[in-house]
Design a binder for this molecule. Sequence first.
Ligand code: AMP
Length: 191
Amino acid sequence: MWIVLIGPPGAGKGTQAELLLEYLGVPHLSTGDMLRTAVKSQSSAGLMADEYMSKGQLVPDPIILQMVGERLERPDCAKGVLFDGFPRTLGQAQSLDATLEGRGTPLQVALELRVPDEVCLARMKDRKRPDDRNDVIARRLEDFHRRTQPLVDYYRRRGMLESVDGLGTTHEVFTRIRAALDRRRADSASP
Ligand code: AMP
């Protein structure tokens, strides 16, 4: 299955992605994880990305698209991918659609995890990531609303959107996600 996970920082995307991977049996493509690895290895893309990430800003589309494009070439991405934290801009979404359509494996579902800002802020304050400093957290949420939220409408118009309430226990949220995906699969299987 080809699926993107959309939600504000602190919405629990990473936790739900882990459960989903087991359920769907597809690889996990988290641009945040890939960037953190690149930063650690001090590769040229990593050094460039770090300048943006440490300020809570989005890394420019060309760096992200190059990284994702290379990852999609690997054989484990033949049958599906769970995209997590990508796409985050309309440009990234359009580019992903063009790439996947060109391969004959179009995106099937955009799964939106809905969580209010105040809950995301509280959750991010509990994490210990270097980009979870107070000043940076607010910036990342603001960027989400300004640049990533428009993707919800983009996918809704294309008939790909599933919105799920992200409040509750991990298990409760996962049960909702699974129900939404099962419904999608049943719909796409029916004539
Ligand atoms: P995440 O782990 O998904 O919250 O990403 C951590 C940080 O990496 C973000 O705050 C951005 O600076 C950067 N990042 C991750 N994915 C993307 C993306 N698709 N586009 C631009 N920047 C990204």
